[in-house]
Design a protein around this ligand. Structure first.
Ligand code: ASP
Length: 472
């Protein structure tokens, strides 16, 4: 067992965790699993989050301060944000192409789709300010009176998922804020609150500010501060390495706990929607796989001299497996940084600046997922979205993915905005909720691979791929 490479051990942990979870459900060990196995998965996520916040803070400060030249920082910042935006738009567009070609929402029986359509029409009529998107009206047709009554009865009986209801309420309250609120939110009024809330954009803002000022004060004063910050950074990197060694066991507990927890949620609804959820998941997973195993390694191989398709994927494998196990780009960040530095040979001053920003603002998988999910659900409700509505989806899904926190299920919550932007019912997020966790695992791998790709391209464009920088 000792000789096996870490990623194989982690995969074994994942598979054993899944097998154990099914046994637990079958033989009724769920209480034991939730009480004594799941907590170790929670401990794993806690440790990664614990490391991620100070690591982002100290690594960005050292990254910015070791660039020394503010002009270079500006150039790299612009390139980073530009590339992140381009990859996000490519991902959403790929999602839209796939969902329009494969039409997962149309592959469900007409009977079920008619019910969904009627429920959409009833919602549209009873919600003030929501425009009608087409001239179809099944609920107006007397022939459908029975179906309308059935839908009304069903909706009266459905108990709303507490989690979904809570998120919808919160989104309603937030929509009262002004258009520049997101900008205001980037600037923290209290550093310690930002750290405690894990507000990554605020932490990045402070760290860049601190790093820039650090290089502008006299060298004699700056040097000891830099040394302390760099030393602290080193400590957190080392912590990641230690946690990684125990990852196979943690991952076992995480997987077992998640599956057992999910098994307790509304199985009836799940089976009724199985056909739709299956087709939708296939479309999404194909899109994410094209990005992870096609697009990213291909552009890295194309634009860099030293890396090949295979060497890039091999280099970031541990980060991908961690992303899959944790469903959180931020929790994966420490591992991504280690892989990029040790294996892909991107210097620390680039990884420490590009990757934390990427984990927060660059979520290609999340934006692709939002495009696929919104259009597929519209198809399920027999709503044909026009080209201009799909363009609105590109814009809102890209913005929503920037705003999404890099934690499990963040993309699902932000989908409320995308649905509202095209006049659809935000409560539809409940439809895809049952399969969201497993798809979250897949889209987080895409998010992390996208960040790694951009960091590699930036290093190549700066002529620093595989070069030893002074603080490496
Ligand atoms: N879990 C994803 C991430 O951390 C975000 C999402 O929910 O799509 O990257």
């Amino acid at each position: 067992m000792k000789k096996l490479p870490l990623h194989i051990k982690v995969i074994i942990g994942l598979v054993l965790g899944a097998i154990y979870a099914f046994m637990s459900v079958k033989f009724g060990w769920n209480t034991f699993t939730l009480n004594y196995i799941k907590p170790f998965g929670d401990i794993f996520i806690n440790i990664l989050k614990l490391i991620a916040v100070p690591l982002v803070l100290f690594s960005i400060i050292t990254g910015v301060a070791s660039l020394k030249d503010i002009k270079k920082l500006g150039r790299m910042g612009a390139k980073t944000l530009g590339l992140y935006l381009v990859t996000t738009v490519i991902a959403v567009s790929l999602g839209l192409v796939l969902v329009n070609l494969y039409k997962p929402g149309n592959k469900v029986s007409d009977e079920i789709r008619k019910e969904f359509r009627i429920s959409y029409e009833l919602w549209q009529k009873s919600t003030p300010g929501v425009q009608k998107l087409d001239d179809v009206c099944l609920s107006c047709d007397p022939k459908n009176a029975d179906l309308v009554a059935k839908v009304q009865k069903k909706e009266g009986n459905t108990e709303n998922n507490e989690w979904v209801t809570d998120k919808l309420m919160k989104a309603k309250n937030n929509s009262k804020n002004g258009p520049l609120q997101p900008l205001v939110d980037v600037v923290p009024s209290n550093l310690f609150k930002a750290l405690a809330d894990m507000s990554m954009l605020q932490i990045i803002f402070f760290a860049v500010f601190f790093g820039v000022v650090l290089v502008s004060i006299p060298k004699k004063k700056a040097k000891p501060v830099f040394k302390v910050v760099d030393g602290l950074n080193e400590i957190f990197v080392k912590m990641v390495m230690i946690v990684m060694e125990a990852m196979p066991i943690f991952v076992f507990a995480l997987m077992a706990g998640q599956i057992v927890k999910a098994a307790g949620t509304d199985p009836d609804k799940f089976f009724e929607l199985l056909a739709f959820l299956g087709q939708y998941s296939i479309t999404l997973v194909v899109g994410l796989a094209i990005m992870i195993f096609g697009f990213y390694p291909a552009i890295v191989a194309l634009f860099t001299k030293k890396l090949t398709f295979k060497s890039f994927l091999q280099g970031i494998r541990d980060a991908q497996i961690t992303a899959f196990s944790t469903s959180s780009s931020v929790a994966t960040l420490p591992v991504t940084m280690r892989c990029m530095h040790d294996n892909v040979k991107v210097p620390k001053k680039i990884t420490s600046f590009v990757l934390p920003i990427g984990a927060t603002v660059n979520m290609d998988g999340t934006s692709l997922y939002q495009a696929v999910a919104v259009v597929a659900m519209a198809q399920l409700h027999m709503v044909d979205l026009t080209i201009s509505q799909q363009l609105v989806i590109i814009v809102t899904a890209s913005l929503a993915s920037i705003g999404a926190a890099a934690i499990p299920s963040a993309g699902l919550v932000l989908m409320i905005l995308v649905l509202e932007s095209v006049g659809l019912n935000p409560a539809w997020i409940a439809i895809i909720f049952p399969v969201d966790r497993i798809l979250d695992m897949c889209r987080t791998v895409t998010n992390v691979t996208g960040d790694a790709t951009v960091a590699t391209l930036i290093a190549e464009s700066e002529g620093e791929l595989d070069e030893k920088s002074e603080n490496d």
